[in-house]
Design a protein around this ligand. Structure first.
Ligand SMILES: Cc1ncc(COP(=O)(O)O)c(C=O)c1O
Length: 424
């Protein structure tokens, strides 16, 4: 990390970390019980946290906009149980491949949006076969042409939309079509029997605040003024994507193991209020349509944690754990900060120590400090809030993958037991 960047980075407040520590320590007994009964390492899923997040997200937007639909972005955590819980809480599912579409169908999702670049013919056919449940968000003119060849003998028209590119520079240019070609796209789509053009989608990632989304809503509003009346009448939805950062903000490591940085994020209520205002004043006053949302990270981030165990204490300030970062699929903790909480010997004080995994690579890092009185072989460590873009990215590399245990007030459940009790 460069000196310049560090100078600009705000330090993390004590209170934000204390909230996380307090909620983890409050449930310490349950987590330790989970390891005792099911072994280590483990992913701990908290279905009640997930359901609460789903309700809060939906409420925030429902209280600002009259017609909304929420779709969980399955890519952020592809554990079917998670999508199943969200469907039972009134969410649809946002899928980006045939594999994800099959998973969404397997948990009885009735309302699915399928977006993403480079869909294969097989994936397009799957969307067609499941047209009563699926809206296909097309990514290019080529994809529209490929679809045209596949939709001859449909009983019911396939609902489609198109993704708009909202960032034509650099690598983001791969997504969607330019706004300037929307009119051509609509005319081509309209001419194809058996498809029914219904909406637009755009998405931007990693928004700590809604400014970038609002900027595109304003651009889109201006462009819609140039579109013909029949296009505006055809628009049933505008899908404004995901990319909402969890309220605790982005936590980053610094060169000092006991100092961390935190980039603040706006609350979801603030996102909802500001996005609704922008949508009403730029678009909804002219077009009466449903606003669709595709949150991933915001919904699942806080609902899953990792429990790992110290296997080898090599030095006072160097321990090796039973799990490696193949369980999260990337070298996350070299840049992102999350507390390592020693559940076996907790103290509200952070001590420097290299907490490293057991893979044969030095990039296998959990953290550079832990909260605890001391650290010893056999101690159970918790890495909280690992629900987003970790489980989906896990890889079978050197070490086996952990099992998932669901922790609820009524007890601990393996994935299969939980599936049975929820009737998936
Ligand atoms: C089209 C689309 N929608 C939704 C999401 C979910 O984003 P997030 O998990 O940041 O909310 C993504 C993530 O890449 C995406 O590409």
């Amino acid at each position: 990390m460069t000196g310049n960047r560090e100078n600009r980075m705000p330090a993390m407040s004590k209170s934000s970390i204390e909230t996380v520590l307090a909620s983890s320590i409050q449930k310490k007994k349950t987590y330790l019980e989970a390891v005792k009964s099911h072994g280590s390492p483990l992913y701990i899923l908290e279905p009640e946290v997930l359901a609460q997040k789903a309700r809060q997200f939906k409420n925030a937007f429902e209280s600002e906009l009259s017609k909304i639909k929420c779709y969980f972005a399955m890519k952020s955590n592809n554990m079917p149980l998670i999508s199943g819980i969200l469907v039972q809480n009134g969410f649809g599912i946002d899928v980006s491949s045939g594999l994800e579409l099959a998973a969404a169908l397997s948990i009885n999702a009735e309302d699915i949006v399928f977006s993403g670049p480079g869909k294969t013919e097989k994936e397009l056919l799957m969307a067609i076969e499941n047209s009563s449940k699926t809206t296909l968000l097309l990514d290019s003119f080529g994809e529209l042409k490929r679809l045209e060849k596949l939709v001859h003998d449909l009983d019911r028209p396939l609902a489609v939309g198109v993704r708009l590119n909202n960032n034509p520079t650099g690598l983001w240019r791969k997504f969607g079509i330019p706004l300037s070609r929307l009119s051509d796209f609509y005319n081509e789509a309209k001419a194809i029997p058996n498809i029914c053009f219904k909406g637009l989608q755009f998405h931007s990632s990693w928004n700590l605040e809604p400014d970038r989304q609002i900027e595109f809503i304003e651009i889109l509003g201006t462009h819609l003024k140039t579109m013909p009346e029949d296009f505006l009448n055809a628009l049933e939805f505008i899908d404004i994507g995901g990319g909402y950062w969890p309220p605790q903000g982005e936590w980053l490591v610094s060169e000092n193991p006991l100092e961390h940085y935190a980039l603040p994020a706006q609350s979801i209520e603030s996102f909802a209020g500001r996005l609704a205002q922008a949508l009403k004043s730029n678009i909804l006053h002219r077009v009466d349509c449903t606003i669709c949302l595709e949150p991933g990270r915001w919904i699942c981030n806080d609902a899953m944690h990792l429990l790992i165990q110290v296997i080898d204490k090599k030095e006072e300030d160097l321990v090796i754990t039973d799990a490696g970062t193949n369980t999260i699929g990337w070298e996350r903790f070299e840049s992102d900060y999350f507390p390592v909480i020693n559940l076996s010997n907790f103290e509200n004080r952070e001590r420097p120590c290299h907490i490293l995994g057991s893979l044969c690579t030095p990039h296998d890092v959990w953290g550079y400090a832990y909260f605890g009185k001391s650290i010893s072989e056999g101690d159970i460590l918790m890495i909280p809030m690992q629900g987003a873009y970790t489980y989906s990215l896990r890889q079978q590399f050197i070490k086996p993958l952990p099992r998932v245990v669901a922790a609820e007030e009524r007890g601990l459940f393996t994935e299969t037991e939980f599936q049975k009790t929820w009737n998936f």
